[in-house]
Design a protein around this ligand. Structure first.
Ligand code: MF3
Ligand code: CO
Length: 248
């Protein structure tokens, strides 16, 4: 069941999501060679306190941190720790908060120093695929129009979309219906309506889409060891079209 939000609820989600974007922007300024990924998580926690919001991920199904930091072949759900970022790394930051009963969720992939041309292209393709999907988030379209748009862009660059993880509805819960795969034929699934709020999150790999979970029970890595990327926005479907809530 897809829960529709009123304009007042969307305003609350926008407030939560904007804080997500602001905190992610602040964390981004600290992404440099030599920084430990747990320092980024500590910063995320401190900024949650300052903004008086709850981190959305900490404790979710036992996830131990407030920020997901996924490096290179890590796709999503990397657990921050003593690992130091180094020049040439591709790092994905995924972050969410709860504020006034509503969630916001967003992710970005960043270059640490100079990265390979392939890494730059993978970031570009993944971000472009997110905006292609967002553009389809309009009343009257069908959910899989978003999925298809993502896949089309990513595969046009010769990259692949991860099958094992999906985007999701979001609202009073971090994860609501519907699930939003990043691949598939267009014209399927529920018809989009004003008041739907979606966390759209393409996850991609430079090589093959198969992933495995590391022994920590969380970190998803590409099976072939190829680079991965992840971009996410929280978006509302409105009569006027898509409204990106997790922007600054
Ligand atoms: N953006 C991811 C999601 O919505 C992050 C979840 S991390 C978890 O699923 F720790 F909360 F699982
Ligand atoms: Co999400």
């Amino acid at each position: 069941m897809i829960l529709l939000k009123s304009p007042a609820e969307i305003a609350k989600m926008e407030a939560a999501s904007r804080i997500v974007a602001e905190i992610l922007a602040e964390i981004q300024t600290r992404v440099k060679p030599g920084v430990e990924t747990r320092e980024l998580d500590e910063l995320a926690e401190e900024l949650c306190r300052r903004h008086r919001v709850q981190p959305a991920f900490k404790g979710y199904r036992g996830y131990p941190a407030s920020l997901c930091v996924s490096v290179n072949e890590e796709v999503v759900h990397g657990i921050p720790g003593p690992r130091k970022l180094k020049a040439g790394d591709l790092v994905s930051l995924d972050f969410g908060v709860r504020r006034d009963g509503y969630y916001g969720d967003a992710a970005v992939t960043l270059a640490v120093g100079e990265v390979s041309p392939q890494a730059r292209l993978l970031m570009k393709a993944t971000e472009e695929s997110l905006y292609a999907a967002i553009d389809r988030a309009r009343p009257g379209n069908r959910l899989s129009d978003l999925s298809h748009a993502t896949q089309t862009v990513v595969e046009s660059y010769g990259f692949s979309v991860i099958r094992q993880f999906v985007g999701h509805g979001i609202g009073r819960s971090l994860h609501e219906d519907p699930q939003i795969p990043n691949f598939g034929p267009p014209g399927r699934g529920p018809i989009l309506k004003p008041g739907m709020t979606l966390a759209i999150e393409p996850m991609t790999a430079a090589g093959s889409w198969e992933v495995k979970i590391l022994a920590d029970g969380w970190t998803a890595v590409t099976q072939d060891g190829s680079l991965a990327a992840h971009f996410e926005h929280t978006v509302a479907v409105t009569e006027k079209g898509p409204l990106i809530l997790s922007r600054i």
